[in-house]
Design a binder for this molecule. Structure first.
Ligand code: F6P
Length: 345
């Protein structure tokens, strides 16, 4: 018989020693139940009446399909009547206040990478849990270090939960027959080095000089500064990239670039970068914009974007060093800084 603890047993064991532990356990367990339902819906797809219909765009300008709407409804209703004061969701323009006296606040991307579903590629739900500060809304403007827990579900070949709780990163797999998550790995540590990078190379001409220089060295392989050949991966699904890094190490970059709408990067601070950065750091890796540690950043707007560089700590540090002295991108795409810095091209 399998002796691995279920998520609920793990939470019963871990929660009592944590401040607000029972509240955290309730929220995580409710999200997990919703993720089981969402995994079924995704797996059934057209058989469950889901056909990837476009609903238009969400408040951030990303295309929204029927499953984004269904995922948002599932996750938000799972958080009703829990110790959650307010939710910031990628799919809703404004924060949703549930109970202004409750102790926790949740930022969530209900279905990250949903554009990949048409291609049968992994997608995920990313969440961040923080304590309510003086009032529910201002909690979201605290830095990422305020997070008490974070995690993501991956809807892929397996439905997986990566959970950062109590300074540890632990991994669970959905036992589909039992409908429960089961612990498979405790205390994940990101390998300190792997010659592997992930970036959307099609944007190369729009990057700043520091990113150009780093990637050029990777491409030069044994004849470049890194002195070894690099492999490249780009799935276009943040949860899948983050999971690969937890398993194999390496570095992922979604930098700011000179395209309109990308000058602060593409990914969202509250429900993508903050939770993923907590996971990276608690697993011994790092996450940065190239200039600042992601967990030190505070959002000024619910859907604020940020550049994100994450992965094995030495690679992230290398990129931080390369950013020193390279000015942030110009606000006008007419005069991108890197275009004048021929030495980085
Ligand atoms: O935020 C949505 C997302 O799909 C991420 O999961 C992924 O890392 C990124 O966008 C991919 O962006 P692009 O299509 O620009 O490469």
């Amino acid at each position: 018989m399998d002796q691995r603890p279920t998520l609920d047993a793990y939470l019963d064991d871990t929660a009592p020693s944590l401040s607000q532990g029972n509240d955290l356990a309730t929220v995580i367990s409710r999200l997990a139940r919703a993720a089981v339902e969402l995994a079924e819906l995704i797996a059934a797809g057209p058989l469950a009446g889901i056909d990837g219909r476009h609903y238009g765009t969400n408040c951030g300008g990303d295309a929204q399909i029927d499953l984004d709407v269904a995922a948002n409804a599932l996750m938000c209703s799972a958080l009703r009547n829990t110790p959650v004061a307010a939710i910031v969701s990628e799919e809703a323009e404004l924060p949703n206040i549930l109970d202004s006296e409750a102790e926790l606040c949740v930022a969530i991307d209900p279905l990250d990478g949903s554009a990949n579903l048409a291609n049968n590629i992994s997608t995920g739900t990313i969440f961040s849990i923080r304590p309510r500060s003086r009032d529910a809304l201002s909690s979201f403007f605290e830095p990422g270090t305020a997070q008490r827990a974070a995690g993501f579900f991956i809807y892929g070949p397996q439905t997986t939960l990566v959970l950062a709780l109590d300074s540890s990163v632990d991994v669970f797999i959905l036992d589909r027959k039992a409908g429960t998550f089961v612990l498979i790995r405790r205390g994940v540590r990101i390998p300190a080095h792997a010659p592997e990078f992930a970036i959307n190379m099609s944007n190369r001409r729009h990057w700043n000089g520091a990113v150009q220089a780093y990637i050029n060295q990777c491409l030069l392989g044994t004849s470049g500064e890194h002195g070894e050949d690099y492999n490249m991966r780009w799935i276009g699904s943040l949860v899948a990239e983050a999971y690969r890094i937890l398993v194999r190490g390496g570095v992922f970059l979604y930098p700011a670039d000179t395209r309109r709408g990308y000058r602060e990067g593409r990914l969202r601070l509250l429900y993508e970068a903050h939770p993923i950065a907590l996971i990276m750091e608690w697993a011994g890796g790092a996450a940065s914009t190239g200039r600042d540690r992601i967990l030190d950043l505070s959002a000024q707007m619910p859907h604020q974007r940020t550049p994100l560089i994450m992965g094995s700590a030495p690679a992230v540090r290398d990129l931080d060093i390369r950013h020193q002295g390279v000015q942030p991108l110009f606000e006008s795409s007419d005069a991108p800084l890197f275009a004048r810095r021929g030495l980085f091209l």
